[in-house]
Design a protein around this ligand. Structure first.
Ligand SMILES: [Zn+2]
Ligand SMILES: [Zn+2]
Length: 423
């Protein structure tokens, strides 16, 4: 079996807010630099994008497609929105299955051939959508399950209840940028599911495409093998999840939407979700939502792979050279130098021995080492404000900075204000 680095969810220019550069030849070229081997086609139910896919992809056997400029593998996939306001990640075996599903969906949406319908909104509930996809021999699971908008846990307490009769056929869930394995496995039901970490990218550049990805073991790239990887958890086909630390997410912690003071669930309830500093609304965070559904145990099932927190290489370079603009020339030059030396960005972030990286640039090499060892702290995001990474040199600095951050948070309210949390 071979390992494939896979990004299985992003969008085409026919979804809202997506770069015009999101075209198969560019996606394939950038995926190669990133080090991805298998991608979703994205938005495969949209008529306009389908035409682009047929023109730019060559069909191989077994549901695999290749771009004309390199050997990156694609499977047919998309995201759809149902009438329960949930997003679903979908994969289909071939163009015939796409036509079958388009026909069934066309009675329930006008967006399949709209120029903004890459992620079609369907007047069918989650159960009905799942049934149509499964009838077409497709695969389906919840997208970014924890986001406060369109994530299954925003509206439901479990995946089973969201999908009704089809619930037992759901085998995987996508974590999304706001959660990781450690958070998701706090909810007991989730320990039954395979986890995917995908970028949901809106542009093809390597600081977006593949910013989250999955390392998956396949005998050969094929739709059937991917299906196995997602459905047969006991085969442990997913060998690594890589993604951003959810603490960076802007809705990670429960916090005031105006002044960003952080609250525990109890504190927010005591003050009726009104900030005691500025009076504005407090927004519940993903961390607290997960706490509500948790059984208090920190355990992952035996089949669960490691989750590596990382940042795109350009962002690591950015923090090293201290330049605000990520597209600046200096960052691009350094990025290119690394990728030319070591083949791909994923190889640099995950696999290449650190001593080799340090030879090219000591500071950047050491920073990547810190990510691999988990010595990265965050001023946590919340209330709509992104978190900020603090990359520590070693365990000692990590512990020291962690203590300082905890102290700082304890002091955010005055003793007078703290009395408002008591009865
Ligand atoms: Zn979505
Ligand atoms: Zn406030």
């Amino acid at each position: 079996m071979r390992e494939f680095d896979c990004d299985l969810h992003y969008h085409s220019p026919y979804s809202v807010g997506v770069s015009k550069n999101m075209l198969i030849p560019i996606i394939a070229e950038q995926a190669e630099l990133k080090g991805l081997n298998l991608l979703s086609s994205a938005d495969c139910l949209n008529g306009h994008w389908l035409k682009h896919l047929k023109q730019n992809l060559i069909e191989e056997e077994n549901g695999i497609f290749k771009a004309k400029n390199n050997s990156i593998n694609f499977v047919l996939g998309t995201e759809v929105q149902c009438s329960d306001r949930l997003h679903h990640v979908v994969f289909l075996p071939d163009f015939n299955a796409i036509e079958e599903v388009r026909k069934k969906f066309s009675n329930h949406t006008r967006e399949l051939d709209s120029i903004m319908g890459g992620r079609p909104r369907l007047r069918l509930n989650a159960e009905q959508v799942a049934e149509i996809i499964f009838d077409a021999k497709g695969i389906l699971g919840p997208a970014h399950a924890f986001t406060p908008y369109f994530g299954v846990f925003a509206y439901f307490d479990s995946i089973k209840t969201a999908y009704g009769e089809q619930g037992k056929k759901i085998s995987f869930m996508e974590l999304g940028l706001s959660a990781d394995t450690f958070l998701a496995d706090k909810i007991p039901e989730n320990r039954n599911y395979v986890f995917l970490s995908n970028s949901d990218s809106h542009s093809p550049w390597p600081f977006r495409l593949g910013r989250e990805f999955n390392r998956i073991k396949l005998k050969q790239p094929s739709f059937k093998e991917l299906k196995k990887a997602l459905e047969k958890k006991e085969e442990k086909r997913i060998s690594l999840n890589v993604g951003l630390d959810p603490k960076e997410g802007k809705y990670h912690r429960t916090a005031c939407q105006s002044c960003y003071l952080k609250y525990s669930l109890n504190e927010a309830e005591r003050v009726k979700w009104k900030c005691i500093e500025c009076g504005k609304e407090i927004k519940r965070g993903v961390k607290e939502r997960i706490e509500m559904l948790s059984d208090g145990k920190n355990k992952s099932p035996d089949f669960r792979p490691e989750y590596l927190h990382s940042l795109p290489l350009q962002e690591i370079i950015q923090s090293s050279v201290k330049i605000k603009l990520i597209t600046s020339n200096k960052i691009q030059v350094l990025w290119k130098k690394f990728v030319e030396e070591f083949n791909s960005e994923i190889n640099i972030l995950v696999d290449e021995p650190i001593e080799n990286l340090i030879k090219v640039d000591k500071d950047i090499g050491e920073k990547i080492d810190c990510f691999r060892k988990g010595f990265v702290l965050f001023e946590e995001g919340g209330g709509g404000k992104y978190g900020k990474p603090i990359i520590c040199k070693n365990k000692k600095e990590f512990e020291q900075k962690k203590f300082e951050l905890e102290q700082k948070e304890k002091k955010q309210f005055s003793s007078e204000q703290k009395k408002l949390f008591d009865f």
